[in-house]
Structures are given as C-alpha cells and as structure tokens.
Design a protein. Structure first.
Length: 214
C-alpha cells in the first residue's frame, strides 16, 4: 500500500517519475484523489516551502520539486474532474504580471474544471490588459487572478480597474487568490470574490456564475 509519506518524500527529492508512478499506484489502490493531493503532494510541497523560507533550499531544488508535483498533478487531474458536468460558464485564469508561481493556479484551474467551468489558462506573468482581452475573446464571465508575491498583488487592482474602465463590470467578475491575498485586500481593490484555497475558489466561482445567470 502506497503511503502519503512516500509520495511526499519523493516529491521533496524532486523525483518526478517516482511521484507519477506512486500517484498512479495509490489511485489503483483506491486512495481518493483529494487525499493524495492534500496529504501527499501538497504536504511535500509544504516541507519544501518551509525549507525555502529558511534558506535551507534554493530556487533550483524548489523548481525540481515543483516539476515532481506537476507530474503527480497531471495524473490526478482527470480524477479530480467530475465527468459529464454541464458547462456552467467560462473563466480565464492566470498568474499576474511579474509572478511566475503557477502551482496553486494550476490546482485552482483543475478544481474549476471539476465544477463544470470551462477554463482558459493564460499561464504566468499575465498583464491586466491580457486578462481582460482574453475574457472578451473567449466570452468569459470570470477572470481568476493568482498572485504569490506581495510585490505583484497590485496587478490585481489594475485588472479590477480595467474591467470598470471598460464598463464590463456587469458582464465580467474578478476573483482573486494566492498565499498573500486576503479577503480585506479583495474588498480594498473592489474584486468580486476571494478564496483562500482551490476548493473554496471553485465554490465561489460557481456561486458567482449562478448569480450572473439568474
Ligand atoms: Co517563490 N516565493 N519565489 N518560488 N515560492 C514564495 C511565494 C515565498 C513565500 C517564499 C518565502 O517564504 N520566502 C516568497 C514570497 C515572499 C512574498 O512576496 N511575501 C517567494 C519568493 C521571494 C520568490 C522569488 C522572488 C525568489 C528569488 O528568486 N529570490 C522568486 C520570484 C519569481 C517570480 O515569480 N518572479 C521565486 C521563485 C520560485 C520558484 C520558481 C523557485 C518556485 C515556483 C515554481 C512554480 O510555481 N512553477 C517557487 C515556489 C515553489 C515557492 C513556494 C516554496 C511554494 C509556492 C507553492 O507553489 N505553494 C513559496 C513558499 C510557500 O508558499 N510556502 C514561495 C503550493 C501551492 C499549492 O499553494 O500557490 O498558495 P499556493 O496556492 C493555493 C492557494 O493560495 C490558493 O489555492 C491554491 C491551492 O489550494 N490560490 C488561489 C492560489 N491562487 C488562487 C487563485 C484563486 C483562488 C485561490 O482565485 C483566482
């Protein structure tokens, strides 16, 4: 039986192939995808985060661990997505300009998809103008901005301002999230929703879309 500690351990060592293999095995053994995500992959990344903060690890090691996390995430992705859910709307998602962190954003994307929302992923380092242009191009009702750096959170304010400047606030809602983002920051910049994690992000998105439709 695969243990979550094993998955976390291989992730910390950056062993993408082993992580992928163990995640597949864990699913075959009937372990739930949420359990694997939270207690295997994210637990391992949590240890990496602590060590990075304390200067025990540096950017290359963190990147290798992130790659291993993504390898596991790709296996979990179809399992985290409910099949045959009716499309509830479209969202564009990205990490804001100047910010290259995409692990959290990728998890939010998967959760949104799992809740029947069609998602256009704009990647990382996305400027306010790109978010708004992409939302218009794809007829999206929701812009989802992720930020992991205190220095890049300001770009979310620009997104909200731009939506207002263009008179789109009734057609396009803005949701914000990421480790340094809080409800009070969301309120201060006038964004429509904040979520502390991917699961509540998906719930908040579904509520926003339902409100707009009804
Ligand atoms: Co970065 N980094 N990093 N880093 N990095 C942090 C964020 C940091 C807190 C580390 C520290 O403790 N010092 C710190 C930020 C300090 C600050 O601003 N307050 C930091 C720094 C300083 C930097 C650099 C400047 C380091 C340097 O070069 N000297 C640099 C900046 C590069 C840039 O972006 N321009 C940098 C680089 C990197 C790597 C490239 C090495 C790598 C990123 C790899 C990648 O993403 N592909 C990296 C990583 C991995 C981290 C840590 C260790 C982990 C982040 C992570 O992925 N967490 C992080 C330390 C930490 O958080 N403990 C750190 C796991 C992820 C699942 O959580 O992203 O929070 P998170 O997402 C959650 C929620 O926040 C939420 O849902 C997700 C799942 O539940 N959520 C949303 C996220 N987006 C949402 C959107 C929503 C709703 C919810 O709605 C739209």
């Amino acid at each position: 039986m695969v243990s979550m500690e094993e998955i976390s351990g291989f992730l910390q060592k950056g062993r993408a192939r082993n992580v992928k293999q163990l995640v597949e095995q864990a699913l075959e053994e009937g372990i739930g995808p949420a359990e694997i995500l939270n207690h295997g992959l994210l637990a391992g990344m949590g240890v990496i985060g602590e060590k990075f903060k304390n200067n025990e690890l540096f950017v290359p090691e963190v990147l290798i661990a992130a790659r291993a996390l993504n390898a596991g995430l790709e296996v979990l992705r179809p399992k985290l997505m409910e099949s045959g859910v009716e499309a509830k709307g479209t969202a564009v998602i990205g990490t804001v300009k100047g910010d290259l962190h995409d692990i959290g954003k990728n998890i939010v994307r998967i959760m949104l998809e799992g809740h029947g929302i069609q998602v256009v992923d704009l990647g990382v380092d996305v400027a306010a103008e790109q978010f708004v242009e992409a939302a218009l191009e794809h007829h999206a009702q929701l812009i989802c901005c992720s930020a992991l750096l205190t220095t890049t959170m300001g770009e979310m304010h620009r997104v909200v301002e731009l939506v207002k400047e263009r008179g789109l606030q009734d057609r396009i809602k803005v949701m914000v999230g990421g480790a340094p983002v809080t409800q009070s920051f969301c309120d201060a910049i006038g964004a429509d929703a904040y979520a502390p994690d991917a699961a509540s992000g998906a719930d908040a998105a579904v509520k926003l879309l339902a409100k707009m439709a009804g």
